[in-house]
Design a protein around this ligand. Sequence first.
Ligand SMILES: [Zn+2]
Length: 228
Amino acid sequence: MCCALAATPSQGKVFKVASLSPASNHFAYRGDYTTFAAWNFIHKARHNVVALNGCFMFPVPTQSCRKCGYVKETLPHVLNRCNIHMTAATRRHNAVVNRLEKVLPQNSHTRILTNQTVPGCDSNLRPDITVIDDKNRIATIIDVAIPFESQLLSLRRHPSTQEGETFNDAFIVGSLGSFDPANEACIRRLRITPRYAALMKKLMVSDVIKWSRDIYVEHVTGIRQYAD
Ligand SMILES: [Zn+2]
């Protein structure tokens, strides 16, 4: 990591979280699973070299968001908080859920529930994925989150919590493609094989970068980047 960049408050944090897992940078040299447009975007985004009103180094007429009027148009705002992009942000989140669901081990004593209430639980909350092992009477509840990178370090204080035979896990990928190494505990608990896990991590990172690029480009050009 460049020392000058690492020392800056925003880029430094982005590079720090992106360096925590090799999967976060898997595309850097060969561009695996990543289009050139997404590859080009992510390098600029991680350096915060973006054409947003709140990011210019010189005075501009306004720093506010061109879409929703929020006081400062920054990358965290556009990629994670600007309401106009919520549909794309939801699809970005669901892309990670779908990747995880695809590699879960299938067997006769395991039930996999997606976006459903947990059987036997009073709560009406619908976790992204619940894996119920009827043989060993263990439930693993997983919620996927795609925060902006600078929030990633503070989001997870404990990799998982356990109440009786129920595990609650957060599964986190930063919106600039940083794979949280704390996800590894969840991957091990779900008994995903290392071979599948390695590919899954790369595809998740590339999916998130693709969606974040689509959000950013639509934001600055007004042109929809994905099929409805
Ligand atoms: Zn906005």
